[in-house]
Design a protein around this ligand. Structure first.
Ligand code: ITT
Length: 198
C-alpha cells in the first residue's frame, strides 16, 4: 500500500492555504497531484464530531467520486480555556464567507484574561479506491497572541505563536512553518509509512 512515483493523488480540499502547504510537502515524491477543488468536486458536509471522522469522511467521499487515491486534511485550533473550541468548528467560526478576521476576533474576545495556551491539530486521512484508509495525526502547541501579527499563512496563523518561537506562523515562510506545524508532523508519519524516500 505504498505510494510510488507517478501515482495520482487527489487532495480532498477546497482550502487554498492547506493545498499549498500539502503540495510543498509532497513536492519531492513525483506524485501526480490534483485537488477536489480544481476538479469541481463539491465539499461533503462535515457531519462527524471528531477530526479523524471528518478527515475520513472527506477522503472517502473524494475517492468514491474520482476513483483515485485521495488525501484529506481535517484540522483546527483547539483552545483548552474555551473547552476545546473552535476545534472541529474552526472553519465554521469564519461563517459562510470564510471571514477569518471575524473568527480570530471571536477567539480573542472569548478568551478575555483566560489562559492563552492552545494547539493546532491536523489529521490526514488517505483512502484508496477499494475503500481502505489510514490516518495520521500531528499537533503544534503554542500561545494565542493579540493583536494579530504577519501577513503569511491562512486561517488562525496570525494569532498563534508556536512554542520555542517569538513569531506567529503568519510571520514565517512555509518552510519555517513546516519545522513545527501540526500538518508537517502528521505528514512526516504519512511519509514514513507510505513513501519510500525520506
Ligand atoms: P477543506 O475541508 O476543504 O480541506 P476547510 O477550511 O473547511 O477546508 P477544515 O474543516 O479542516 O478545512 O477547517 C480547518 C480550519 O482550521 C481552516 O479553515 C483554518 O482556518 C484552520 N486551520 C487549520 N490548519 C491551520 C493552519 O495551519 N493555520 C491556520 N489555520 C489553520
Amino acid at each position: 500500500m505504498k505510494l510510488k512515483t507517478g501515482d495520482t493523488l487527489i487532495l480532498a480540499t477546497h482550502n487554498q492555504g492547506k493545498l499549498e502547504e500539502i503540495q510543498t510537502l509532497l513536492s519531492p515524491y513525483g506524485l501526480n497531484i490534483n485537488s477536489s477543488g480544481n476538479l469541481g468536486i463539491e465539499e461533503p458536509e462535515e457531519t462527524e464530531n471528531t477530526f479523524e471522522g471528518n478527515a475520513l469522511l472527506k477522503a472517502k467521499y473524494t475517492a468514491v467520486k474520482t476513483g483515485q487515491i485521495s488525501l484529506a486534511d481535517d484540522s483546527g485550533l483547539v483552545v483548552p480555556a474555551l473547552d476545546g473550541m473552535p476545534g472541529i468548528y474552526s472553519a465554521r467560526w469564519a461563517g459562510p464567507e470564510r471571514n477569518f478576521a471575524v473568527a480570530r476576533e471571536k477567539v480573542n474576545t472569548l478568551l478575555e484574561d483566560k489562559p492563552r495556551n492552545a494547539y493546532f491539530l491536523c489529521v490526514l486521512a488517505i483512502t484508496w479506491p477499494d475503500g481502505s484508509s489510514k490516518v495520521f495525526e500531528g499537533q503544534s502547541h503554542g500561545e494565542i497572541v493579540w493583536p494579530t501579527r504577519g501577513e503569511g499563512g491562512f486561517g488562525y496563523d496570525s494569532m498563534f505563536v508556536p512554542s520555542g518561537d517569538t513569531r506567529t506562523y503568519a510571520q514565517m515562510t512555509k518552510i519555517e512553518k513546516a519545522q513545527s506545524s501540526h500538518r508537517a508532523k502528521a505528514f512526516k508519519l504519512f511519509q514514513e509509512t507510505l513513501l519510500d524516500v525520506y
